[in-house]
Ligand binder design. Structure first.
Ligand SMILES: [Zn+2]
Length: 165
């Protein structure tokens, strides 16, 4: 939370039996966002939570879920969240096993439950690793500027690789 500069009281965690990891704004309170997690998950939950908290960062930045995704570009948002999860790992969790973290990242669900376009696993791995290894210029950029740089400079290169398959 500190890494993502999310103020206290914004995110409400909810255990959801049999559910998926899922992030959605509280429709009755614009200052609250729910992050739901499957109650059966006992380990490996940190990476998916980091991914969901990345969606919180994205939603707060855009102002609303609608504003975040005006053109239904789920892939951009999901790969952006994986990138931010990688950055969070680099900044706050370097004592953990990065490969384990990367593996458990793929437990994650979509922030819109009906639509599960998270990008291909290869695309997601590339996005996550850009955050995880935080090479220049990311090492010198604050979080949100890193996300902008990722969208502008690296997401298009992932897209190209994806389209050649
Ligand atoms: Zn997601």
């Amino acid at each position: 939370m500190r890494t993502f500069e999310i103020p206290n009281g914004i995110v409400i965690f909810q255990s959801c039996p049999g559910g998926q990891f899922h992030t959605l704004p509280d429709s009755t309170n614009p200052n609250r966002i729910f992050v739901r997690y499957p109650s059966q998950v006992r380990r490996g939950f940190l990476a998916p939570i980091a991914h969901e908290l990345a969606h919180v960062v994205q939603i707060r930045r855009a102002g609303s879920l609608m504003a975040l995704d005006p053109v239904n570009n789920h892939r951009r948002i999901e790969l952006g969240a994986d990138f931010l999860a990688g950055l969070a790992f680099n900044i706050s969790l370097p004592q953990l096993d990065g490969d384990d973290f990367e593996t458990s990242l793929f437990l994650v669900g979509s922030y819109v439950p009906q639509i599960n376009d998270h990008g291909t696993p290869d695309d997601r791995t590339i996005a996550f690793r850009m955050g995880r290894f935080r090479a220049p210029p990311y090492s010198d950029l604050p979080l949100l500027e890193s996300l902008d740089y990722f969208y502008d400079n690296h997401l298009p290169t992932i897209r190209r690789q994806g389209s050649t398959r």
